[in-house]
Design a protein around this ligand. Structure first.
Ligand code: COA
Length: 213
């Protein structure tokens, strides 16, 4: 992840292209996804402001995400959003249905048969089930698109995210290594997979890295 003159670390363009390109369906995020408490809608430029309020001082949270720039300045947030609002991208703002409050975001991309999903929720809203509820909406959407499943990666210490995945039926499949310069280069990541066909969806199973158990 290169550092630029503005001091913000951004992923390589190629890394972003692979991570974000998907689905040549322009209307992918046109329709909002709704659950009892949440509305997932396409990200928009104005989300940069609440995004910075939630993440601007939260380096620990940002470091759990592979594509979020640090420091999370307004300009970096606008750029991050711009990359996720192009036609065919599949990133959503997670908002509270009652009052439209911006809680975080979730998106998927990569392989059409087995896309990767990533998400975050602002710290003031943690542990209220929002990530789980948002992920369940995305699972339903991806399933409806004909994918065979979904995959996700967590850093070994991220027990909360592993728990979210387990609650949604993902199973821990092993450890991989990825290059994350903000974390000092090659690091371990835990790989979690949800296979739709094997009826993993909906079951509660542990999806923890060995180091978190
Ligand atoms: C991971 C994250 C998305 C979870 O969001 P959330 O809305 O709090 O998640 P939920 O409330 O749906 O579920 C959290 C679960 O983790 C559990 N949990 C929280 N902290 C935990 C910890 N330190 N150890 C173990 N479990 C933990 C909660 O108890 C809850 O499980 P439960 O319902 O069985 O009690 C949020 O913490 C976050 O955005 N973190 C920073 C960014 C990030 O890590 N993104 C994911 C990258 S893989």
């Amino acid at each position: 992840m290169p550092s630029r003159a503005d001091g913000v670390r951004h992923p390589h363009a190629e890394e972003l292209r692979i991570g974000l390109q998907v689905w040549d369906t322009p209307a992918m995020t046109d329709a909002a996804l709704r659950s009892r408490r949440l509305a997932l809608r396409p990200l928009r430029e104005q989300d940069a402001e609440p995004l910075v309020v939630l993440l601007g001082d939260d380096r620990d949270a940002v470091l759990q995400m592979s594509h979020m720039p640090w420091p999370c300045t307004p300009a970096a947030a606008r750029e991050w959003i711009a990359l996720r609002t192009r036609p065919g991208t599949t990133s959503f703002a997670i908002t509270r249905a009652d009052d439209d409050a911006f809680l975080g975001s979730i998106g998927f991309g990569g392989l059409r048969e087995m896309p990767s999903v990533g998400y975050w929720i602002g710290r003031p809203f943690w542990n209220q089930g929002y990530a789980t509820e948002a992920l369940q909406l995305v699972i339903a959407r991806v399933r409806g698109l004909g994918a065979k499943g979904l995959q996700a990666e967590t850093f070994p210490e991220n027990a909360a995210s592993a728990r979210v995945l387990a609650k949604c039926g993902f199973r821990y499949r092993g450890v991989g290594r990825r290059n994350y310069p903000p974390r000092g280069g090659l690091v371990q990541v835990c790989v979690h997979i949800l296979h739709f066909a094997t009826r993993d969806a909906g079951r509660t199973r542990e999806s923890s890295c060995p180091s978190t158990t």
